[in-house]
Design a protein around this ligand. Sequence first.
Ligand SMILES: Nc1nc2c(c(=O)[nH]1)N[C@H]1C(S)=C(S)[C@@H](COP(=O)(O)OP(=O)(O)OC[C@H]3O[C@@H](n4cnc5c(=O)[nH]c(N)nc54)[C@H](O)[C@@H]3O)O[C@H]1N2
Ligand SMILES: Nc1nc2c(c(=O)[nH]1)N[C@H]1C(S)=C(S)[C@@H](COP(=O)(O)OP(=O)(O)OC[C@H]3O[C@@H](n4cnc5c(=O)[nH]c(N)nc54)[C@H](O)[C@@H]3O)O[C@H]1N2
Ligand code: SF4
Ligand SMILES: [Mo]
Length: 726
Amino acid sequence: MMCRFCDNGCGVLVELENGRPVKVRGDRDNPAYAGFCCIKGQQMPEQWNHPGRLLHSQKRMPDGTFRSIPFSHAVEEIAERLSEIVARHGPRSVALYRGTYSIVNPATVPVALAFMEALGASLVFDANSIDQPGKAVAQALHGRWQAPSPAFETRDVTLLIGANPLVSFQMGLPIANPGRELTTAIARGMRLIVIDPRRTETARRAHLHLQCRPGHDLSLVAAMLNVILREELHDAAFVEENVTGHEALRAAVTPFEPEPVAKLADVPLADLLEAARIFAAGRGVATAGTAPSFNGQGTLFEYLVLSLNTICGQWSRAGDPVTHTGTLTAPFSAIAQAEAPHRRGYGYGPQLRVRDIANCDGGLQASALAEEILLEGDGQIRALLSIAGNPALTIPDQDLNVRALKAIDLLVQIDIKFSATARLADYVIAPKLPLEMAGMTLSQELFGFYAAGMGYKDAYAQYTPPIVEPPEGADVVEDWEFFHALAQRMGLSLAIEPAAAPGTSSGRGKVDLDMESRPSTDELFEILTRDARIPLSEVRKHPHGAIFRNESMVVTGREPGWTGRLDVANAEMLADLGQAAACFNEPEHGDAEERYPYRLINGRLLRTYNSNGQDLEGLRRKWPYNPAFMHPDDLDRAGLAAGDLVEIHSEHGSIRSIVQPDADLRAGVVSMAPTYGGLPEEQDEQVREWGTNSGRLLRVDDGVDRYTGQPRMGNIAVSVRAAHPR
Ligand SMILES: Nc1nc2c(c(=O)[nH]1)N[C@H]1C(S)=C(S)[C@@H](COP(=O)(O)OP(=O)(O)OC[C@H]3O[C@@H](n4cnc5c(=O)[nH]c(N)nc54)[C@H](O)[C@@H]3O)O[C@H]1N2
Ligand SMILES: Nc1nc2c(c(=O)[nH]1)N[C@H]1C(S)=C(S)[C@@H](COP(=O)(O)OP(=O)(O)OC[C@H]3O[C@@H](n4cnc5c(=O)[nH]c(N)nc54)[C@H](O)[C@@H]3O)O[C@H]1N2
Ligand code: SF4
Ligand SMILES: [Mo]
């Protein structure tokens, strides 16, 4: 079966005893994952049996306690309250938040979006907006190469910036079994370059690790472009044929001289030069993780990464093999030609009332949700349907978000447990766990289109049937069933669209769902994969998953008369770059530098997945909380020892945390796993048990990316000092 504890979708085997899951291990017969299964996936039995798991939907009583309620009653009551709200305030007063776990079941998002559309409601907030929304906007401004980046087997260089794929299983190495892929690639000579303030699990295996100060990624990439263009190391033939604006880019990166940039980022100049030269000489791809997107200019940064790939010609050419040919998505062609930018990618409807934020290709900005709930007047959000995310812990400025979620008229949360958000909800819908639902690798496949260097390396697919029944007496549903049932109650008709890679929509349009009776999950899966290259029925014949390579698929040559070009000199991007150039060597945090001498960064832990898994004993053994990791020398200097309670202050707020040494971190940096802790009022007492929410140190209006609305979420100026238990 397919593990869905995280987005990696491992092929695993589940041992059952009397219909109950007891053990999970990797499936050696799975051709892509080859027996891989991490410690999180192994906890699925504990998660299934967990006393905190919700087996019934919950309703908040007037006294604040929760009572179990049959799913059908919950739907009836929610439909009634939503209808009232829409009748009084219009459909704009109803918003949706789609969290990370909404991709566990590929039918969830399509049905939820269909519900919103049928309701005429347009405010759909997306967790991606507080992740790497600039990636999609940058792509729109840069244009798209209609063939993938070079196949992983053919790469001789990989550049990772603020990404740790050996822990995150995403971002820059093929998903499935990235550790094994990296070992093989390094053995055949691929050189890995990592830019990260921590000597991470991934950086340890790098040919070159630039252990930079956080927050200098934009300058570092601009300096690499400077070196490459100045030394004429770029792919001149590719640029000549396919790119517009490289002279303007050359001029714009001129101020980013490698010497001062290396000095400010505190990396050896020789290493920065070598990184630029190796990357330009090799065949490969540069991919960034979350960290650089958190530094206030994610769109511009991602635009520079795309430009770096482009001027070095890091895209497949005519005749190159295509290894990821798609399986559950519609067939697409790979053509060695540029699709010129033809849309803005940001600044389109719906327009929010606050901070001049509108929608963008990276999703509607979730950090504006609280303000839209709290700001009275026309267009105020009065109901929020929150699916499989945890906005009370994950959106920057926790105190503000929790205040808003407490104030809203109707909060419905779909959640497997009483998460921080669920505890604020009026209704909690109890969903099935992945073990109890069919699944398929469609979401994983679509990752391949998120950014260059992501997704599967092969045309792999798996379908998994449900493995176990929900525990006896449970009244749980699949997430999408909630929206279908709600639509039925409210007299709405839903239609969903088959999944397709960007730019390859079949044009056959949407499919109406049966609104009389509930469709089956398999029926929905059939619709979603209607145009698939490999029919779902074929994929289902391979219970261990299979690779459906199309050996004959190669990149074809440019179409006759084609004139599209990739743009590396978008006017707004270069204007922003000019501004960045004017101030890149000024102290970043101004007057705050002295009072807040450390920089707080985010670093994910292997044993949890965002806010999920923190309650499972099997995962709590190493760290039940999220430590504030610091370099041992910094701890010594501050008179702190492992396990000490500290106060961490930023200009915006303060939290309590427990420090732990990490000699792999550079000095001056504090690294914490984000999205931990409970509600703000509980955190001081529970810091050793559940950890702390570092999002309380953030502001929603500080360091905002002007294209996506994403606030600064990393590289926060902080102070750290010993605290005494209250
Ligand atoms: N300060 C700071 N903030 C951040 C980040 C950061 O690095 N620093 N990272 C950001 C990023 S990259 C992201 S993607 C967002 C994530 O933000 P969200 O998507 O909002 O949060 P998650 O913690 O992924 O949501 C997990 C929720 O889903 C529930 N859940 C778990 N399994 C299932 C299931 O099978 N079905 C259903 N229905 N629910 C399930 C869990 O109980 C939990 O409540 O946070 C962002 N916030
Ligand atoms: N085990 C596990 N896996 C996960 C998740 C999880 O919570 N746990 N979350 C999932 C989600 S939602 C996402 S979006 C992905 C994220 O995937 P990644 O982006 O790979 O996430 P991280 O592991 O936090 O890696 C970020 C790296 O950036 C470094 N860093 C911090 N600040 C800076 C900086 O200013 N510059 C540079 N160059 N580097 C910096 C950190 O030290 C860290 O090593 O992971 C996914 N996978
Ligand atoms: S990496 Fe993700 S999908 Fe694979 S076993 Fe671990 S939690 Fe499950
Ligand atoms: Mo994320």
